[in-house]
Ligand binder design. Structure first.
Ligand code: PGA
Length: 247
C-alpha cells in the first residue's frame, strides 16, 4: 500500500504574515496519516523551514535549474535547495511549460539535477483542453513522461509524478475520478515498463482538487495523493484534503 502524499503548490502567492498564519494553522491541524508538504516561493523557503521545525510537514520549491551552479542569473539550483533542507521540488508544471517555454527535455534535466542532490522531483505532466478534445491525452502524457524516464534511467523509481490536466488547473473543472484514474493507469504502466519500483511510486492528481472532491479522487487505485494549488492557501481546505488522504 502506497502512503498518500499531499503537496501544496502555493504558486506566486503569500507574504511573510500570511505564510506564518497558514503554517501555524497547518501545524495545529495535523498530523495526518499521509505525507504532507508545501512548495513555497523561493524567498519564503527559509522561514517555512523554521516554522515547520519539529513537524512532519515537509517543504520544497516550485522549480529549479538544470545546472548545479554558475552564471545563470535569476536561477536557483537543486544544490541550494538541498542546502536549505528542501525535500521536494516541482518540475515541469504546466505554467512553466507554457509561460517559460520549458521543453520536455529541460524538465527531464531539472528532474535529474534534483535527484542528483537528494531532492525529490515532482514531475508534472498533463494535456491541454485542445489535446484532450483531439484524443491526444495519452500520447501527450506518455511523451512528457518518456523524456524523464529516458533521462533518469535507473533513478526513475525515485521521482514523484503528478498528472495535472491543464484544463483543470485553477478552473474549477476537475477530471472525474474515472477520467483521472484512466490516465494514472497509463502512467503506471509506462513506469512499470521502466522500473521495477513502479508499484511503490506515487502518482499525484492535480487540478481543482478541493475538500469536497478529494476523497473520491484519492480512492482510485492509482491516485496516490494530490498536488493542490488554490485550496492549499486556506488552512481549513488544505487540512480537509490531507484528512481525505489519510483514509
Ligand atoms: P489548482 O492548481 O489546485 O488551483 O487547480 C493545481 C496546480 O496547479 O498544481
Amino acid at each position: 500500500m502506497r502512503k498518500k502524499l499531499v503537496v501544496g503548490n502555493w504558486k506566486m502567492h503569500g507574504s511573510r504574515a500570511a505564510n506564518a498564519q497558514l503554517l501555524a494553522g497547518l501545524k495545529e491541524a495535523g498530523p495526518w496519516n499521509a505525507d504532507v508538504a508545501v512548495c513555497v516561493p523561493f524567498p519564503y523557503i527559509a522561514e517555512t523551514a523554521l516554522a515547520l521545525t519539529g513537524t512532519v510537514i515537509a517543504y520544497g520549491a516550485q522549480d529549479c535549474s538544470s545546472h548545479e551552479q554558475g552564471a545563470y542569473t535569476g536561477e536557483v539550483s537543486s544544490v541550494m535547495l538541498q542546502d536549505i533542507g528542501c525535500r521536494y521540488v516541482i518540475v515541469g508544471h504546466s505554467e512553466r511549460r507554457a509561460y517559460h517555454a520549458e521543453s520536455d527535455q529541460l524538465v527531464a534535466d531539472k528532474a535529474k539535477a534534483a535527484l542528483a542532490h537528494g531532492v525529490t522531483p515532482i514531475v508534472c505532466v498533463g494535456e491541454t483542453r485542445a489535446e484532450r478534445e483531439a484524443g491526444q491525452t495519452e500520447a501527450v502524457v506518455k511523451r512528457q513522461l518518456a523524456a524523464v524516464i529516458h533521462t533518469l534511467g535507473h533513478c526513475t523509481g525515485e521521482m514523484v509524478v503528478a498528472y495535472e490536466p491543464v484544463w483543470a488547473i485553477g478552473t474549477g473543472l476537475t477530471a472525474t475520478p474515472a477520467e483521472a484514474q484512466a490516465v494514472h493507469a497509463v502512467l503506471r504502466a509506462q513506469l512499470h515498463a521502466a522500473t521495477d519500483r513502479s508499484g511503490a511510486m506515487r502518482i499525484l492528481y492535480g487540478g481543482s482538487v478541493k475538500a469536497d472532491n478529494a476523497a473520491e479522487l484519492f480512492s482510485q487505485p492509482d491516485i496516490d495523493g494530490g498536488l493542490i494549488g488554490g485550496a492549499s492557501l486556506k488552512v481549513a481546505d488544505f487540512a480537509a484534503i490531507c484528512r481525505a488522504a489519510a483514509h
